[in-house]
Ligand binder design. Sequence first.
Ligand code: NAG
Ligand code: NAG
Ligand code: NAG
Length: 585
Amino acid sequence: MKSLPWIHCTLGLLLLCTADADSGRKPNFVFMMVDDLGIGDLGCYGNTTLRTPNIDRLALDGVKLTHHIAAAPLCTPSRAAFLTGRYPIRSGMAAHGRMGVFLFSASSGGLPQEEITFAKAVKVQGYSTAVIGKWHLGLNCEDSADHCHHPTSHGFDYFYGTIMTHLRDCQPGHGSVLYFVHGYIPYKALSIGLVSLALLHIKGMITVTRRVVFGFLVLVGVVVSLFGVLVYTFPNLNCFVMRGTEIVEQPYTSENLTQRMTSEAIEFLERNSERPFLLFFSFLQVHTGLFASPLFRGRSQHGLYGDAVMEVDWSVGQIMQTLERLNLKENTLVYMTSDQGPHLEEISIHGEMHGGYSGIYKAGKSTNWEGGIRIPGILRWPGVLPAGKVIDEPTSNMDIFPTVLNLAGASIPSDRVIDGHDLLPLLQGQVERSEHEFMFHYCNAQLNAVRWHPPNSNAIWKAFFFTPDFYPENSSTCFHTHICLCIKPYVTFHDPPLLYDLSKDPTESTPLSPDTEPQFYSVLEVIRAAASRHAESLKPVPVQVSLQQIAWKPWLQPCCSSLSQLCTCERDHQIEKLRNELRKE
Ligand SMILES: *[C@@H]1O[C@H](CO)[C@@H](O)[C@H](O)[C@H]1NC(C)=O
Ligand SMILES: *[C@@H]1O[C@H](CO)[C@@H](O)[C@H](O)[C@H]1NC(C)=O
Ligand SMILES: *[C@@H]1O[C@H](CO)[C@@H](O)[C@H](O)[C@H]1NC(C)=O
């Protein structure tokens, strides 16, 4: 029996060798991550009304993962984990407070220099590396141009994209996500204070001088105007496009932005077709504020959201065509995914649902219900990976890190814990089981749930220590907040934990009890022990997403023109104009 895996392994290696021998070089990597895309938005994952032919084609030609899990249910931590193969808590990219992502380009937190990204690891193996699109992992530390957290400080030779996430605020006429800040302004207390002062004054109980009233009004005025300034300047200060470390568009126009990024990606492939490369294409779509180029607007049956998904699909098609045209298809590992589940709470200012669909799974982004972390995962490498294979074993977006390092001939760092596992043996069928026996699901820095896939069993247990208060009876969302929060009083704690067996109840509809599940207590015991072993493996690190680190710091503010011009510029457009004029002459 022992020799069987060995034979498979040799076969796998042979396949690898032939693929390598064909071109006599290391494989290339093209990774595509869509922002906030739901697993239920894609044809190949069961959507029958939204057309995604290019992504579906990828799944037909490669391996489709149906139990692919994001390391975190939010952008910043999920991306940090993807790039480093480690749970975000290990790099300090998990927040202890309410806000789990960066909101301002002038924050000081970000992916720490000590972290090793897959780009950094393959760069020293001779790879040319690029990230095109959204970064969202920090920018500066001490001044407005030290770029300590910039992609070029993390192993990417080339960057064209945005430091921040795309937001409604980046899009004129779409409102502002900053309105949640309203919640922090104590309007009620202020007005009660003002009315009480007036009443007491009228009744003659106190004498309120005009000065006190005036002072009070000024205070209210200052708070409200500061908020106004924040909303008004937000696009200029946070919605900009960089090429390398230079700002080329501030604020950017989202119309045609995906088209421009697609051209950038194609040009990168063309420039590097003669050497090994790694391209990480990180779409701004389909995060709100939604946008789609004129070519795609109105083309789907699902409003602007569907149009945006169709534009992403078109872009994936363009990249795939380019690989084919440059004869790179056979020697390139393609990976397509989303950073986490869809944003179900996102309602546009016109009241339309602006988030995606998580299929049969419960809830979405920012929760650790399956809908928040079950993401599409498609891998294609003709001749090396089987075509049309579907794998339902638990896998993680952290698995890309060790997979890439092994394929590129880089050694896996031994001075730190790597939580991902090399996917190749599973993808090629050399092994049947995923190496992920346990998975730990964090909501920011709180351990929220644990998944256990015991060896020799088909069960996939999932135990929740607490759950966000969301309301399946009214559209499965956390209505009272912009996203589900994982702090008191927005969660319910469970003791004993809520236990599900996902192999029988993938929609997490009915929690088990000692009556319905004889193994109830023994399963929870194993899970608790695993959680404490995991906790022991954590080392204290500086928190990058603390309030202090994510706060707006004026001295870190990147700005491409003088302040009097309100940080606006259109370098790329100016260059294009110049070029056109030169052509005419
Ligand atoms: C397809 O995706 C759209 C957009 O998210 C969603 O509204 C719709 O319910 C999905 N349809 C199916 C049949 O899954
Ligand atoms: C976007 O591209 C279309 C052509 O596809 C063009 O008509 C339109 O003017 C472009 N929009 C912007 C803002 O550049
Ligand atoms: C959603 O359901 C909860 C629980 O039934 C209820 O308290 C809440 O008011 C509902 N919200 C909306 C917007 O209907």
